[in-house]
Each structure stands twice: as structure tokens, then as C-alpha cells.
Design a binder for this molecule. Structure first.
Ligand code: SF4
Length: 470
């Protein structure tokens, strides 16, 4: 069982955090999306789909891009619209994409995880939710006990939406909250009275959707330690099963509307750190377990159990309990994790729709993992999910060559790991094993970066740009 953060750890974190402020990947994949190849061949996508689901299980993600208004912090792929005709046409296209994708698969797996994200999935009307659910599960039957989850915006989600979700069998609901303070909500263009969050949470539970998660963001305009405390007071009063505490990503080259934020309103690096540390302290005191880099879960939650059992994993949906299950994704910009291959669909909605209408896969970017990528991905996953790297057992999983390469890499990485060891974030054993301490779990992204062979790879001419790690 992993050690929990202590008060002393949090004091130490405040002292050393400024040394680790910088940009870095979130490692929902390895290699990360910016180093994948553009114009990836549709034939490569088809080959990978043919092998998908060989284990008998599959995870499905569907992107529903519509939102009623634009939140100014948002860097997601979304379409701001109030035109009721668009979602209906979109569902026609998704059904076509489901059909084409299913036909390309040689195996007939059961769906063990189904997730809808966005955008705003509850921008769909209840009848449209039922239609999409049916067309998905007709082609990919649900396994008993499947996790069926959805991201919802409390500002647009009504009682009849909740009824439709419950009737379909959704068993986890994730509410976008971000911050409950009026000044911050006004600055980010997302007015969401707390009563909307509370009423939706209670309505979901009353309909039997008992597993509830909230998303919060720190680093937004006008936030202070005191203001974020009030946000935490509010959300903790509803006792969610999980909380995600994301750092606001100031990525103005992707989300141009973020340029409208006044620099003076954004908390500076020191205040961001203090808000984050205070939030972690509060969540830990409230009994939540720290899961990986930005998730918190009640002790009885599946993520906490997976952490203890060593089966926690990470994919594009965040932390997950599923190991070795391929992810097939639908919709523009959606990312599939297939055997040995990552693929991202066309991001531009018009081009995505044209390809789908032609009965083709809407392949855009992708990457076929080399042998080195495969073992490095395992190393980075072990660091990000388990907080440790055991050399014993590596050979059985990845072979002798990979184990030899890892041993050499660990030897070469020692000077880069030295500052982490000195600061008490990492312990290196004589066996070659690496263990991330409870304090080090606050710096997982930075530790994982030591093993990333693609960072600033001058030979490819690509130097990826990432958001701040803290
Ligand atoms: S934060 Fe959510 S609701 Fe707001 S614009 Fe982005 S996807 Fe839409």
C-alpha cells in the first residue's frame, strides 16, 4: 500500500516546488501526441483495428463536441452552437463511423468501459442519448459490470437527461465544476451557481447513478487560497467519490480565447503552487487517497483499490483500472489506443465528416510503437501509475533486450535523477529498482520525463510544446 502524503511532505513540497516549475507532458500516452506523425496512413489504422479487442474486451470513447457557450479556459476540441440540427447530423455520422470501424475489426470483443466526453455530451437531447447508446451497444455489446461513464455540464443537464442516462445504465457521472466562486466564474465565462452542481449530484444519485466525480481547476483568474478553500468546502459537502484537480493549462497557441485573460488576474507560479498544495492538504484531511498526479478518490473507490493492487493504468481518459484493454474512439480528434499503434482522428469537423461519409476511417495522426517505445511506455506508465519501477519482472514482460536497454538507460539517467534523489522524491535501490516517495508523487510528470526519449528530439526537428507541469 502506498504511503500517504504527510504534513511534513507538503511543507517540503512548498520549499522545493519552485525548482521543478516548467513545461512537460501529462503522459496519457507515450510517445506523446505532438511527436506522432501527421498524415498517418489509413491502411496502418486498419491494420491496427483488425487486431483490436483480441483479449475479448474493448474500451470505447465517443467525443461529443457541442457546447452552448465557450468557457474561456477551455482547450478542448468543441463546437459552440445552439443549432438543434447539428447534433442530429452528427449522430448520423457517428453511426457511420461505428459501422466502418466495427467492420474493420476482426475480433468481437465485449465493451468493458464506455465513456462519453466532450464538449458536452448532455448537449444531446435525451432521445439522442438513447439513440447513440443503442447504436453503440448494438455493435459492441456491454460486458456484465461494464463501467459506463459520461462527462456532464450541470448548466445544461436536466432531470430528463438524468432519467435517460439511468435508463441506459450509466453508472458514473463526472461533473465539470472547475470553481464555485462568482469572480472566477465571470472571468472564465462559465456562470454555474453551486445549486446546479448540488441538484444534479442529488438527482443522479436518486436515479441510481451513485458514482459521482467532480473536475476542479486551479490556476484560474482571481483564485486565491481562500477562494479555492470555499470551492473545496462546497464540493466536499457533496462527498464525491472522486475529484480531479487539474492545473489550468495556459496554452494560448491552442486556445486563443485564453489571450483575453488579464495577466494580473491569473495567479502567479508561487500562488498556483500554494493553491495546489493547500487543496491536496484539504483533500487528504477529508480522507481522499491521492491517485497518481491529479486524481483523488475515496478509499473504497476502484481507483484506490487498483493503486493498492498495482493495476492502476493511464490512458486518454485519465487514470483507469483496465490493463491491456485496447481503446477505440469515435468523433473528431478522438484518440484510439490500438495494439502497437496510436491513432488520432481528423480534428477538423468538416474533414472528419467527409471521410466518414465516404465510409473511410477518419485517420489523421498516428504512431506505430517501436520496440524501444514499448518498453519506455511501460517504464513511464509504471512511474505515473505505480510510482515505482521494478527491474525484476521486466524481462518476463518485455524480453532480455529491453531489460538490457533499460539497465543501460537507468545507468545513464542517474545524473538526471540525482536532484530528485537529493530532494527526497525518488529512491534508487541497489537492485536497480526506482521508487517514487509520497512527496515525489507531486512531481510524477517531471520524474517520468527523465525516461522520455522524444523530448526535444533535435533529430526529428520537432521540439514539442507542453503546458506547465504545476
Ligand atoms: S469547458 Fe466544457 S463546457 Fe466549457 S467550452 Fe470546454 S468543453 Fe465546452
Amino acid at each position: 500500500m502506498q504511503k500517504e502524503l504527510t504534513e511534513r511532505d507538503l511543507d517540503d513540497a512548498e520549499r522545493i516546488l519552485p525548482r521543478y516549475v516548467g513545461a512537460g507532458p501529462r503522459y496519457t500516452s507515450y510517445p506523446t501526441v505532438p511527436v506522432w506523425q501527421d498524415a498517418f496512413a489509413e491502411a496502418g489504422h486498419r491494420r491496427a483495428l483488425a487486431d483490436a479487442g483480441e483479449s475479448g474486451e474493448i474500451s470505447l470513447y465517443t467525443h461529443i463536441p457541442f457546447c452552448r457557450s465557450l468557457c474561456h479556459f477551455c482547450a478542448c476540441n468543441r463546437v459552440i452552437t445552439r443549432d438543434p440540427a447539428l447534433p442530429e447530423r452528427y449522430l448520423d455520422a457517428i453511426e457511420r463511423e461505428l459501422e466502418t470501424t466495427r467492420a474493420a475489426m476482426h475480433h468481437s470483443p465485449q465493451c468493458v468501459q464506455l465513456h462519453w466526453g466532450g464538449g458536452t455530451p448532455t448537449h444531446l437531447e435525451p432521445a439522442q442519448i438513447e439513440r447513440l447508446f443503442r447504436s453503440t451497444t448494438d455493435r459492441f455489446p456491454l460486458a456484465p459490470g461494464a463501467e459506463i461513464s459520461i462527462e456532464v455540464d450541470p448548466r445544461v443537464t436536466r432531470a430528463d437527461h438524468v432519467a435517460a442516462l439511468a435508463d441506459c445504465g450509466f453508472n458514473r457521472i463526472s461533473l465539470g465544476v472547475q470553481d464555485t466562486e462568482p469572480a472566477t466564474q465571470a472571468a472564465i465565462h462559465r456562470i454555474q451557481p453551486f445549486e446546479q452542481t448540488r441538484d444534479l449530484t442529488l438527482a443522479a444519485r436518486a436515479r441510481g447513478i451513485e458514482r459521482v466525480s467532480f473536475d476542479l481547476i486551479y490556476g484560474l483568474p482571481h483564485q486565491t487560497e481562500a477562494s479555492f478553500d470555499r470551492t473545496l468546502d462546497a464540493v466536499l459537502s457533496l462527498e464525491p467519490d472522486r475529484l480531479a484537480l487539474y492545473a489550468y493549462a495556459h496554452v494560448t497557441w491552442i486556445a486563443k480565447q485564453q489571450r483575453g485573460f488579464e495577466r494580473r488576474d491569473l495567479p502567479g507560479p508561487r500562488l498556483r503552487l500554494r493553491i495546489m498544495l493547500r487543496a491536496i492538504r484539504r483533500l487528504t484531511q477529508a480522507g481522499y487517497r491521492s491517485i497518481g498526479m491529479d486524481h483523488f478518490a475515496k478509499p473504497g473507490d476502484e481507483l484506490a483499490a487498483a493503486l493498492d493492487a498495482g493495476t492502476l493504468r493511464r490512458n486518454f481518459m485519465g487514470y483507469t483500472t483496465l490493463e491491456g484493454v485496447d481503446v477505440v474512439a469515435f468523433g473528431p480528434s478522438a484518440i484510439s489506443e490500438l495494439p502497437g499503434t496510436y491513432v488520432q482522428a481528423e480534428k477538423e469537423h468538416g474533414r472528419w465528416g467527409e471521410r466518414v461519409a465516404q465510409g473511410r476511417l477518419a485517420t489523421h495522426r498516428g504512431h506505430v510503437l517501436s520496440a524501444e517505445d514499448t518498453w519506455r511506455r511501460a517504464v513511464i506508465r509504471d512511474v505515473m501509475c505505480q510510482g515505482e519501477l521494478r527491474v525484476a519482472g521486466f524481462e518476463a514482460r518485455y524480453g532480455r533486450d529491453a531489460t538490457r536497454a533499460l539497465a543501460q538507460d537507468l545507468a545513464e539517467a542517474r545524473p538526471r535523477l540525482a536532484p530528485f534523489v537529493e530532494d527526497g522524491l525518488v529512491e534508487l535501490q541497489t537492485s536497480g529498482d526506482l521508487r517514487v516517495t509520497a512527496l515525489g508523487r507531486l512531481f510524477l510528470r517531471q520524474i517520468a520525463m527523465v525516461f522520455d526519449a522524444h523530448l526535444g528530439d533535435a533529430s526529428t526537428g520537432k521540439v514539442p510544446t507542453y503546458s506547465q507541469t504545476v
